[in-house]
Design a protein around this ligand. Structure first.
Ligand code: NDP
Ligand code: MG
Length: 385
């Protein structure tokens, strides 16, 4: 039995984690949950998991009476740190969008908890620091992102010296076949229609620009300690092959399943064991075909921008991530065009002087700088119109 705290319980990943806990109650118990603003969803989850400690992170949201009556409700960033270090927790699942999960992740590691990471942004920003802290404390870092969970499964028990490259699969998003010109007029509603996965809005836009795959290359670099040049991306529109590992003898192992985040969440929780569940198996006779194609790097510059940031390292990945977050928010608010997202990120990357092997303070500073710089650029281009 694993006692799990879920940070970001009200989001898409958080709700999948709740489904897994209800599906395998003999193996997973949710002992803590955090919400930011969606208190109606938190009330619903609190009724399903009456023993779980709760935290509301948004300082402006009042604690609902229904929750106040039944148990203690932690508040704000301090509350999140307390939740992440609950004495009864074995594992903390970090599913907060953006970088809000970084400090709680480090606190959980310091408290000796295993961490399961969905929030790729924190590994992009501070992967070296998170992985080093986990090594030092002897705790496990389990990948929840489906590609990394797939690679984790393919690598299990293998000698790292036998690995030639990691191959991340990408759905290609809703504009896989779109022309460069048509991308100019893409609306948020169009970009939010993902062909194969049902996810939160930030990651759905990242999937449409391919920044999601760019962030995932950097995430893989730290999770598996593999150089960026040995991490490749291939577009696979059906999202059935979740990623692959090529070995030095040119053999390839892949992991396949339906595109449902309950699969990787369950594996992260039950690892190194596998347990039966109610998830549907693949019916190969119904899979008409599995296709693979090279990504269009010229039309989607996010991949090369992320590769450059990952190869340079230091503070640059944090700058890429922060500028992208600001640009995605502006796009969703109709203040920036779709190509404006990667143009903003490219300009902010070009203006930054990277600090190598940066300590956390320097990374946080670079993140703040990039947010301000990106917001100013977007505002300036808006004013010019
Ligand atoms: P959602 O937008 O659906 O959920 C985000 C969660 O974070 C919600 O619980 C939200 O609370 C909470 N939250 C938002 N802002 C803050 C904040 N400032 N402080 C604390 N909590 C906050 O996102 P997803 O579940 O889709 O994604 C979560 C993470 O997992 C992302 O990093 C994403 O990249 C990653 N991921 C997601 C996948 C997916 O299939 N969805 C797949 C692989 C990775 P509330 O709703 O209460 O406001
Ligand atoms: Mg993914």
């Amino acid at each position: 039995m694993k006692n799990v705290v879920v940070l970001g319980a009200t989001g898409s990943i958080g709700q999948s984690a709740a489904k897994v806990a209800l599906d395998i109650p003999q193996r997973m118990r949710i002992v803590g949950m955090s919400a930011h603003r969606n208190l109606a969803k938190l009330e619903e989850l609190a009724a399903q998991f009456p023993e779980a400690a709760l935290c509301i992170t948004d300082a402006t949201a009042p604690t609902p009476d229904a929750l106040r009556c039944t148990r203690k409700v932690l508040r704000g960033e301090e509350g999140l740190l307390e939740l992440a270090t609950l004495p009864e927790a074995d594992m903390v699942l970090i599913a907060i969008v953006g970088i809000g999960g970084l400090r709680p992740a480090l606190a959980a590691i310091e408290a000796g908890k295993d961490i399961a990471i969905a929030s790729k942004e924190i590994l992009v920003m501070a992967g070296e620091i998170v992985m080093e802290a986990a090594r030092r404390k002897g705790v496990h870092v389990l990948p929840v992102d489906s590609e990394h969970n797939a690679i984790f499964q393919c690598l299990e028990g293998r000698d790292p010296a036998h690995v030639r490259r990691l191959i991340l699969t990408a759905s290609g998003g809703p504009f896989r076949q779109a022309t460069a010109e048509s991308l100019e007029s893409v609306t948020p509603a169009q970009a939010l229609k993902h062909p194969t996965w049902n996810m939160g809005s930030k990651i759905t836009i990242d999937s449409a620009t391919l920044f999601n795959k760019g962030l995932e290359m950097i995430e893989a670099r730290w999770l598996f300690n593999v150089e960026m040049r040995r991490i490749d991306v291939i577009v696979h529109p059906q999202s059935v092959v979740h990623s692959m590992v090529e070995f030095v003898d040119s053999s390839v192992l892949a992991q396949l399943s339906h595109s449902d985040m309950c699969f990787p969440i369950q594996y992260a929780v039950t690892w190194p064991e596998r347990v039966t569940n109610t998830l549907p198996p693949l019916d190969f006779s119904q899979l008409a075909r599995l296709e693979f194609e090279a990504p269009r790097r010229d039309i989607f510059p996010a991949l090369d921008l992320a590769r450059h940031a990952g190869e340079t390292g230091g503070t640059l990945p944090a700058v890429l991530n922060a500028a992208n977050e600001i640009a995605v928010a502006a796009f969703l608010e109709h203040r920036l065009s779709f190509p404006g997202i990667w143009k903003t990120v490219a300009a902010v990357l070009a203006a930054h002087r990277a600090v190598a092997h940066a300590p956390l303070d320097a990374i946080v500073e670079a993140d703040q700088w990039a947010r301000i710089h990106a917001a100013q650029r977007i505002q300036a281009s808006h004013d010019m119109k």
